[in-house]
Design a protein around this ligand. Structure first.
Ligand SMILES: [Zn+2]
Length: 233
């Protein structure tokens, strides 16, 4: 997480706690959440946020080539835009999670706004893929007051990540290197098959990062699992 630049004093300690509560990967303050799976198994979960996009099928091709499953945290608005691609993700055997409907920054939003957005995403994903997501990844990793209630009402568990590729910014080599370095038993690895709500985003760096990452981790003895299997087995 991003640490605050100041420390010490009651006010700063309170602010530091709030910053961790909102964005810390191990925080469950605003809703039950996991950030890694079983540390005793040599397995990782590859996860993708912000899809579906026009680039998603290229990622599905790479995953199919190596026969590895992944978890796609889909944005409801993107599912409405590309329902066939959303459906193809589930049909290929991958797990589908909820990444909100409008990809908002949830801090300072009301509990009703949060619940309505998550519920709309849940309904949209179910309509177009037939899948009822069990996992939720907060946009920007930001959780807030009211998220716990929304998650409980929608039977969603939060899923953060152990390592993130920063693939929206870095080139394929650098994004892949971050995830190879961050891989460990039970790690949840985060990439992006879309770019927030953009239509036709350029996700070339992500696709190339996946092409490099999957064989590298297989060579190092890792199995690939969905988030559910990584956490529950
Ligand atoms: Zn996102």
């Amino acid at each position: 997480m991003d640490a605050l630049p100041v420390a010490g004093g009651g006010l700063c300690a309170g602010a530091a706690f709030l910053a961790w509560a909102v964005r810390g990967r191990s925080s469950s303050v605003f809703g039950r959440s996991v950030w890694r799976g079983n540390p005793h198994r040599r397995a990782v979960a590859l996860t993708f946020d912000d899809g579906p996009s026009e680039g998603t099928p290229a990622i599905l091709d790479v995953l199919a080539q190596y026969r590895v499953p992944a978890t796609f945290f889909q944005v409801g608005a993107n599912v409405d835009r590309l329902p066939d691609v959303a459906q193809a993700v589930g049909a290929a055997g991958h797990s589908i999670g909820n990444h909100s409907y409008t990809h908002p920054l949830f801090c300072f939003r009301s509990p009703d706004f949060i619940e309505a957005d998550l519920r709309r995403a849940q309904q949209t994903i179910r309509t177009h893929t037939g899948v009822e997501p069990e996992w939720f990844r907060a946009p920007y990793g930001v959780r807030w007051f009211g998220m716990d209630r929304a998650q409980r009402r929608l039977s969603l568990t939060g899923a953060m990540w152990s390592a993130i590729g920063r693939d929206w910014k870095l080139d394929a080599e650098a994004a892949c290197a971050r995830l190879v370095k961050g891989a460990s038993n039970g790690a949840i690895l985060c990439l992006h098959d879309g770019r927030e709500l953009q239509a036709r985003p350029d996700i070339g760096a992500t696709v190339e990062a996946v092409r490099r990452l999957v064989p590298t981790l297989l060579e190092r003895g890792y199995e690939f699992e969905t988030v559910s299997r990584l956490v529950h087995q």
